[in-house]
Design a protein around this ligand. Structure first.
Ligand code: SAM
Length: 276
């Protein structure tokens, strides 16, 4: 298990994921009863943009640092821009918020959050990042796929964020199995999945498996930052929203801006999936 998100924090793919997540959370917390959020792959919660990993990769520089000064970013990205500015006290951008920080900040009294992280060192940093949030916010040093199904309540509102590193060949299959198991346990469970786009074959086969195994309305939003000519590179990323509110316009605005402003010959696309 070599993946370290510190190399990638604040890159174009984090912007798509986190702007989409904040938009979704604002819908889900605008009304309705208590919400439980489960984050299967939480990471360390907060990232140091001045650290050696971020400096070496340069990914935040090509992502969130460009967002900070962009004059053309759509309103759908404004909440993420504000969250980053708030975290940095309005000053120089030294830290970037991971999904745990963004989720914990967005929840209402009565909502709950479980953040799962398998790697011991990352889990310790996650605990520190979420310290003082009270008993409604828990972390688990555990496999997030299994923990999400175990912790998912059989009734009530639950949102599961699934954001694996995709460094193992079985990550795609485990996402599909986990979504199917969550929906069997709680037919109202909602989910947001992040995935990289490297080549079309892998993306298509994952989406076909989702259609076959998960019986729920699903929306796919793609942000490609370059043509898919080199399958060894991350040429874009996608979000799959499972049984969520209609965010097609918001996701199109987010992905469209990222593809145009941070990409080179990229494109955005948003479309529904039809379960079989
Ligand atoms: N969701 C985070 C965010 O948006 O800030 C980033 C998560 S990062 C892409 C993936 C994380 O999953 C890494 O920190 C890695 O250590 C962790 N991980 C890998 N396999 C895991 C598993 N089976 N269960 C839980 N965490 C896992």
């Amino acid at each position: 298990m070599n993946y370290r998100h510190a190399f990638h924090a604040g890159n174009f793919a984090d912007l798509v994921k986190h702007a989409g997540l904040l938009r979704l959370l604002s819908e889900l917390t605008a009304s309705g009863g208590p919400l439980m959020v489960i984050d299967t792959h939480a990471g360390r919660g907060l990232y140091d943009l001045g650290g050696p990993e971020a400096k070496r990769s340069g990914e935040a520089e090509a992502g969130v640092l460009k967002l900070r000064t962009a004059g053309d970013a759509p309103p759908e990205i404004a909440p993420l821009r504000k969250a980053v500015a708030d975290l940095n006290g309005g000053g120089a951008m030294r830290r970037y918020p991971g999904s745990p920080w963004l989720i914990a900040e967005a929840l209402r009294p009565g909502d709950r959050y479980i953040a799962c992280e398998l790697r011991g060192e990352e889990h310790e940093a996650l605990q520190a990042a979420l310290k003082g949030r009270g008993p409604a916010v828990r972390t688990l040093n555990a496999d997030g796929y299994a923990a999400a199904v175990a912790e998912c309540p059989p009734k009530g509102r639950v949102l599961v964020l699934i954001d694996p590193p995709f460094e193992k060949a079985d990550d795609y299959a485990r996402v599909v199995q986990t979504l199917a198991a969550l929906r069997r346990k709680n037919p109202a469970a909602q989910a947001l999945v992040w995935l990289p786009i490297k080549d079309l074959e892998t993306l298509d086969s994952f989406l076909r498996d989702l259609e076959d195994e998960v019986s729920a309305p699903m929306l796919v939003a793609e942000a490609r930052v370059r043509p898919l000519s080199d399958p060894m590179k991350m040429n874009g990323c996608a979000l799959v929203l499972v049984d969520g509110p209609d965010l097609s316009q918001a996701f199109a605005a987010i992905c469209g801006w990222v593809a145009a402003a941070l990409g080179d010959g990229g494109a955005a696309k948003v479309y529904p999936l039809s379960p079989q």
